[in-house]
Ligand binder design. Structure first.
Ligand code: BGC
Length: 751
């Protein structure tokens, strides 16, 4: 947190408190108040905001209030009802993080952040536990939907926009999970083995951008170990890199029950232990008394904690009213949901649906039970989710009623067979796809003008996704696509697939059977309206992929080793006799060559590349200029984009850099900047400007422990995706030592 965020008065207040607090009180502040987990853990006092993930202890005598911390990346997660109240406390389910990244629109994400922050504040929340910004390393990672991208630049700048937006309302954020938390399996006992260059260029880089650009009030450390040490117990990560090198001045909190040793955490610079377990206090007290934990360290942690307190709504005595403007917030959710939809395929003019009298056959359980977001701490208790058919209905489009009735009856029957969810961490159970015969579909084709098929996926915390039936579509879904395709295509009627998913699925094996594919992601509570806007052409799709869709899972780098190897006879993590996690390790053997960096360098074809997305119009790129031909300390890139089609649209423009590689291996090209045009009417153009700084040219040289620009010719490549480079220009750069770093994070084992 930059100094400027504290007033002199606030700094004085903190120093006065520090002088007054007793050891016991200091420790109380650094260990949270616990979390209500039915049958497992009670909180010492009733929760101020029921359903919030946690809160901190207060010291009433000194006027230090309790802070309320609530999840999560897609909106405030609190209980929607309270036993002692008639009121409801529903929150806005914004689109999931991956969709927000697919907008490539930092101004829009900041607007979502402002709206989200305002809502959190009205519900009495001081810090929201998001955004999540781990890298999409593998499509099976269960929490990818909570994260932005496979690319650190996109992740970093989208996260920064979100943080700025939320914090503009005087509510804190917690960027998470710091760092290299890229899977869920065995998450509390997983050792991520990763080289320093890879960490710095890929896994740390996004966090670095968010920290430097937006100064989040707090950061949440990750569950996993990095090269043998828990992230929450690593002074190299939390002090050397985060504070000394990046200049971070805020607070670090642990993930819930994360890490092992409370004293090691506090010493490492993990200032706040969440949700807080009473025994942790005794351990800390003994450590101070036995002089294993210096008072200076404890005071440092307390000071950082108080730095958040003085900025918090509760300390500022903000009188929240529990009545945020949910109608206004829903509009923002709808707008964002539409802007992140990615049109993957559109042939034979299947889209947009221009005939207002068209009757639509809506196939797939997902068309009726639309998925707003994933489960676990990334879930939001919203009042409703607009399904696809509800969205179409609201736009006065006719849906085939027989089909609707059969699906709704089937869903009712099948849902009744599924167990009720008892605890928020349980995965959401989806109703299995309804089997349909050729005869069923043949009856419908005569009565309808086009077929929409929705495929839905849900995933969440604690588990990674399965390959079969999740990443790969299951046999009933395949048969549904094939049957509908056969019948409708024979009748000359289009088949459109809607993907209601949180992250990547396989689609290369079935895409030829359909005319259009619309990637709607999990668009939050307004998803059905936003999707309808795109289907009908009210909104021209402008989202682009923040993550590659490979042809097959096997093409993903490190696919065969995901999600890690369990250590024979290793430690276990148990709860009530149930083994939750086993000791395990995963090695990031692909190094910096992950995501599109891998596919490009290996020249592997993919289904849809990073940065890809179609529009109902076309764009022409021209007049690429560089401010210099020789790089010194900064270079300006400018390019003009023109709408050459017949409808208004927005274009996401990507700036890649292809660096010379005289001594280090480098990806073919890497994203270094991006922008989205404003809505361009047909014929209109916009000139976009970007700035390249020395670090954008640099790679991390492990031997020198430094970010180095290697001398040579650099290519600026302006792309509509990472494989669709429209313009290119070159400049030369001398060798530059951009930043000398500390030698840290050496892998304990060879990679
Ligand atoms: C998750 C965090 C979350 C916390 C509080 C943990 O299980 O990993 O992302 O903020 O719970 O709910």
């Amino acid at each position: 947190m930059p100094d400027s965020t504290y007033s002199t008065l606030q700094s004085e207040r903190i120093q006065t408190w520090l002088a007054q607090l007793t050891l016991t009180q200091k420790i109380r502040l650094l260990v949270g108040r616990g979390q209500f987990i039915p049958g497992v853990m009670e909180t010492e006092e009733p929760e101020k905001v029921p359903g919030a993930a946690g809160s901190t202890n207060e010291i009433p005598d000194l006027g230090i209030p309790s802070l309320v911390l609530a999840d999560g990346p897609a909106g405030v997660r609190i209980d929607p009802t309270r036993p002692d109240s008639e009121e409801t406390f529903y929150c806005t389910a914004f689109p999931v993080a991956t969709l927000l990244a697919a907008t490539w629109d930092t101004a829009l994400v900041a607007e979502v952040g402002r709206t989200y922050g305002a809502e959190a504040k009205e519900y009495g929340v001081d810090v929201v536990l998001g955004p999540g910004m781990n890298i999409h390393r593998n499509p099976l990672a269960g929490r990818n939907f909570e994260y932005y991208s496979e690319d650190p630049y996109l992740s970093g700048y989208i996260a920064a926009a979100m943080v700025r937006g939320v914090q503009s309302q005087g509510v804190g954020t917690a960027i998470k999970h710091f760092v290299a938390n890229n899977s869920e399996t065995n998450r509390s006992l997983l050792d991520t083995i990763v080289g320093e260059r890879t960490l710095r260029e890929i896994y740390l880089r996004g966090f670095e951008i968010a920290v430097k650009e937006a100064a989040p009030w707090t950061i949440m450390s990750a569950y996993n170990k990095v090269n043998g040490t828990y992230a929450s117990e690593s002074p190299e990560i939390l002090e050397t890199i985060l504070r000394q090198e990046w200049g971070y001045e805020g607070l670090v909190m642990s993930d819930w029950f994360g890490g092992k040793d409370p004293v090691a955490k506090l010493t490492a610079g993990n200032d706040l232990l969440m949700p807080g377990v009473p025994e942790e206090r005794d351990v800390i007290k003994s450590a101070v008394e036995e002089q294993h934990l210096p008072m200076a360290v404890l005071n440092r942690n307390v000071e950082r904690f108080l730095g958040v307190v003085v900025q918090s709504p509760v300390y500022q005595q903000y009188a929240y009213n529990n009545q945020p403007d949910l109608l206004k917030h829903a509009k923002v959710a709808r707008k964002a949901a539409g802007e992140g939809i990615v049109l993957l395929k559109n042939e034979s003019n299947a889209l947009p649906i221009t005939n207002p009298k068209a009757t639509i056959a809506a196939y797939g359980v997902g068309s009726y039970e639309f998925i707003a977001g994933g489960s676990g701490s990334g879930d939001v208790n919203s009042a409703y989710t607009v399904s696809l058919v509800e969205g179409l209905g609201a736009a006065n489009l006719a849906i085939d009623t027989d089909l609707r009735n059969s699906y709704e009856a089937y869903i009712k029957r099948e849902r009744a067979k599924l167990p009720e969810k008892q605890f928020f961490l349980e995965l959401d159970q989806l109703v299995p796809e309804m089997p349909l015969t050729l005869e069923n579909v043949a009856v419908k084709v005569a009565e309808t003008d086009l077929a929409l098929i929705t495929l839905g996926r849900s995933s969440g915390e604690t588990e990674d996704r399965r390959l079969e039936g999740d990443f790969n579509i299951n046999p009933i879904e395949r048969s549904l696509i094939e049957t509908v395709s056969e019948v409708y295509r024979a009748a000359g009627k289009p088949v459109i697939v809607v993907l209601n998913i949180g992250n990547v699925v396989e689609l290369a094996s079935w895409r030829e059977a359909v005319d259009a594919i619309v990637l709607a992601w999990q668009g939050g509570q307004e998803a059905g309206h936003a999707l309808t806007d795109v289907l009908t052409g009210q909104l021209n799709p402008s989202g682009k992929l923040p993550t590659t869709f490979p042809l097959r899972y096997e093409d993903v780098p490190g696919a065969d080793t995901f999600p890690g190897r369990e250590i024979p006879n290793g430690a276990t993590h148990q709860l009530g006799g149930v083994v939750l996690n086993k000791e395990a390790e995963i090695t990031y053997t692909e190094g910096v060559f992950m995501g599109y960096r891998h596919y490009l360098t290996k020249q592997l074809p993919v289904a849809y590349p990073f940065g890809f997305g179609l529009s109902y119009t076309t764009f022409f790129y021209e007049e690429l200029t560089l401010s210099k031909t020789e790089f010194t300390h900064e270079l300006e890139v400018a390019v003009t984009v023109k709408n050459t089609g017949t409808v208004a649209g927005k274009e996401v423009v990507q700036v890649y850099l292809s660096a010379p590689a005289p001594s280090m291996q480098k990806p073919i090209r890497e994203l270094k900047a991006f922008a989205k045009t404003k809505l361009l009417p047909p014929g209109a153009g916009e000139r976009l400007y970007f700035r390249l700084q020395p670090k954008d040219l640099a790679s991390f040289a492990v031997k020198q422990s430094a970010w180095i620009v290697e001398a040579g010719i650099y290519k600026v490549q302006i792309g509509a995706s990472c494989t669709d480079i429209r313009l290119e220009a070159t400049f030369s750069a001398p060798e530059l030592l951009v930043e000398k770093c500390n030698q840290v994070l050496q892998p304990s084992k060879t990679q």
